[in-house]
Design a protein around this ligand. Structure first.
Ligand SMILES: [Zn+2]
Ligand SMILES: [Zn+2]
Length: 526
């Protein structure tokens, strides 16, 4: 999520979610901290969405609940947002304005020109934003694909035109800033799918992201060529395909698509099933297939599972485990490590440099990616001649100011993660997360103490329980000393002082085991 503010008026660009990393236990997803904007809701004029991926639209329903302003989106992006709002019961709250590449919106002091860019989803746009402080080109996710699935390349002419007008600031996608060369065209995937579909003796099960609409088209093309029928599994996949087909962003003949129930009763070599779970998520269809817990259908020997996506950093391990489980259950597994069944939707270094050379901005700010990629992207910008002093590399929450032809760092506002855990938004903070990971890594020790109401003396020896800490035998060996230290504190006058008891026990446990379990004391008086 980005926000542009000029003369006190604000527009928001994108409002996405991030998926939790391994150490964020029990978190469904993460949304940006947009408290700064909520406090200024009366001055926010609109939300502009560049494309329909979850990391750009996933938080929209959270944002409009606090800041009810119009959303600007291209037709497919709009359809995907509407699907998302419907699933979250928020459709009545949104006013969506359809925009098209090539059009211009005037929103308060901002003039916004939308131009087409390639990505792994159709109908993605970049933004030329004219403000009183100058012309900003906001290049969200993009690649330069000369032969994209939908036959509509990035609008190079518009980028060159911005350049002749003079671009004061360019913001650009850094996701692949560490990858040399060019990202291959989506075209290379076609032959790879063809081969897999032709060689598979049984069913083909293709897993990808529900919002990777271009990939659905490629799978459909291979299905048509190889005379297989296609069925979709999983609500988000089914929803998105329905929306994209009804809006003609997917071109799949009616007779190719069959309901999943029908597909399951057809001859195996006549079927392609498309579903989610390419990242090994346990709750996804592929995750459940690998564990043998999918309700609607199970894996059969002879199935070929294609994982058509690249591991998101941090997911490598869970994907690898999923692949092993699928193999163990008798499936063939094809992934981008052994066949080109996936290409990235993001520009690699040569494309990033081409963009910089096309636009020739005065100032540059890398966006999208981790700090390491932002930094690398900044280095590339210097290589093509942008002065170091005119580049800023910043993380979430850092305000950047463009004024008087200068780019400066402004104040820092809260820009942390907000954790969404079931129905609760933001109730889980970093302290809770630390406790969860401490529990997971080191377990827990529970000490129950009963004191005499009158004398404050222990009524009996403390009772001690552990879970997930050390083996029961080891725990047993530690207990006498734990009890002794608890009694020392209580009898030494540290009465009612739970903190002191916890401190004494913790330091003993750490000294003996080098581990730090969570220690809880329950105290009753009788
Ligand atoms: Zn994207
Ligand atoms: Zn993105």
């Amino acid at each position: 999520m980005m926000a542009y503010e000029t003369n006190g008026q604000i527009i928001i660009v994108d409002a996405g979610i991030m998926f939790p990393q391994n150490d964020m236990l029990g978190i469904d997803y993460i949304i940006p901290d947009f408290d700064y904007l909520t406090k200024r809701a009366d001055r926010v004029l609109g939300i502009i969405i560049t494309h329909g991926h979850e990391d750009h639209i996933g938080a929209v329903h959270h944002v409009i609940a606090e800041i009810p302003v119009p959303i600007y989106a291209t037709p497919l992006t709009r359809g995907l947002i509407e699907g998302k709002l419907l699933r979250n019961n928020a459709q009545h709250k949104a006013q969506i304005i359809t925009i098209q590449a090539g059009e211009t919106s005037k929103i308060g002091p901002f003039t916004i020109e939308y131009f087409h860019v390639n990505h792994s989803i159709p109908d993605a746009v970049g933004l030329g934003i004219t403000t009183p402080a100058g012309l900003v080109v906001h290049m969200s996710d993009f690649k330069f694909d000369h032969t994209p699935v939908d036959g509509w390349p990035t609008d190079f002419a518009k980028l060159a035109e911005f350049s002749t007008r003079g671009v004061d600031l360019l913001l650009s996608d850094s996701t692949n800033a560490e990858r040399p060369g060019w990202t291959p065209s989506e075209m290379v995937i076609g032959p790879a799918f063809d081969r897999v579909f032709a060689e598979a003796k049984g069913r083909v099960i293709v897993a990808t992201f529900a919002s990777l609409i271009s990939r659905v088209q490629q799978v459909a093309d291979a299905a048509v060529k190889n005379k297989r029928k296609m069925a979709f599994a999983g609500p988000s996949m089914i929803d998105n395909v329905k929306i994209a087909r009804s809006m003609k962003y997917l071109n799949i003949p009616d007779e190719v698509i069959v309901p999943i129930e029908q597909a399951l009763n057809m001859q195996d070599h006549k079927v392609v099933l498309m579903c989610t779970g390419s990242q090994g998520e346990p709750s996804s269809i592929v995750g459940r297939l690998s564990a043998g817990t999918n309700r609607q259908f199970d894996l059969k020997p002879g199935d070929t599972v294609v994982l058509s996506s690249h591991p998101i950093p941090g997911n490598e391990e869970s994907i690898s485990k999923t692949i092993n489980r699928l193999l163990r259950r008798g499936a063939e597994v094809i992934h981008d490590g052994i066949a080109p069944v996936h290409v990235s939707g993001h520009a690699a270094q040569e494309e990033q440099k081409l963009l910089l050379n096309l636009v020739r901005p005065k100032h540059f700010m890398p966006i999208h990616g981790e700090l390491r990629q932002l930094k690398r992207h900044a280095d590339l910008a210097q290589q093509v001649g942008i002065e170091e002093a005119n580049i800023v590399v910043v993380e979430n929450g850092q305000v950047v100011e463009l004024a008087g032809n200068q780019l400066m760092l402004g104040e820092r506002i809260p820009g942390d993660y907000v954790f969404v855990d079931g129905e609760s938004i933001g109730d889980i903070d970093h302290d809770v997360m630390r406790e969860r990971s401490q529990l997971a890594r080191n377990g827990i020790m529970l000490i129950d103490i009963s004191l005499d109401k009158m004398t404050g003396r222990l009524l009996h020896e403390p009772e001690v329980l552990t879970r997930g800490f050390v083996s029961p035998e080891d725990a047993e060996a530690l207990l006498p000393e734990v009890r002794k230290r608890v009694m020392d504190v209580v009898n030494g006058g540290g009465l009612d002082n739970e903190k002191e008891i916890i401190g004494a026990v913790k330091s003993y446990l750490h000294q003996e085991t080098k581990r730090r379990p969570i220690v809880l004391v329950t105290l009753s008086k009788g």
